[in-house]
Design a protein around this ligand. Sequence first.
Ligand code: ZN
Length: 315
Amino acid sequence: MAILFRKSKYSTLSSVPPTDISAVAPHHAGLSAEPSKRKEIPEGLWEKCKKCDEMIFVKTRKDNMNVCPRCGYHYPLTAKQRIELLTDEGSFTEIDAEMVSVDTLKFTGVASYSEKLAASKAKTGLKDAVVCGKASLQGIPFALGVMDFRFLGASMGAVVGEKITRLVEFATAEKLPLVIVTASGGARMYEGMISLMQMAKTSGALEYHKEAGLPYIVIMTHPTTAGVTASFASLGDLIYAEPEALIGFAGPRVIKDTTQAHLPEGFQTAEFLLKKGLIDRIIDRKNLRQELVSTLEYFNFYANSTKETKKRSSK
Ligand SMILES: [Zn+2]
């Protein structure tokens, strides 16, 4: 499956291979060396929207599920915020919370992998880039995994792959529907080959979940790229995405150089991929909780009625 990748208007990606985590790190656009004559706005109170350039009150944006109140641009959510959005209050129980990455290759660049891990842990309060567990929504139990882009660009290394795999296996054993909210800059190349193996491992576990007749729902958020797109993010029975999410595999320059093809405008957005059938629906964040309720209720009803039919026909 060829999933193409292009810098969207809202993307923070540059044209470098997606496996480079720095490719998806936010950059400081619009900084100027010119001293401003205007009165300084107290820091953190107001900000310029990344998309519409309007000044927005930060609190209003945060109270609006981190969506710009003027243009609807979806700012990222932390794993904690996402869990709150998609579960019954107090119902989430984390599994494999203590799993941590190790620097097997002793990788060093500008900073060592160990230093980067330590900095990400301090910044996010997380142990790695995915939080997994069991929760309920409107009383329906399900298994939930949520990726957090703040942790090393939510890149997939041994721990992310292992936690996702264990979550899938947990869902299969407990006969639970599975929901994974994706966001990723790709494979965690500080872990070399080990990071790439996670694609096969997570996909393999999902096959058993599917064979058990259990539903798997993916919610792709901005940005979902590279190894995660090429494995569990694209394997959902239903694939939802947030508006304008960047979704792709390789960087546009790499694709252009490899294929020598003309790349259509906006081909790595959720909207384009909806038209092409990779994504089933685009759902505004304000409707996401209710839509997930409806989806889980539908599958729950279907599972129960199938059980009833089997019971009746065996009598
Ligand atoms: Zn805006």
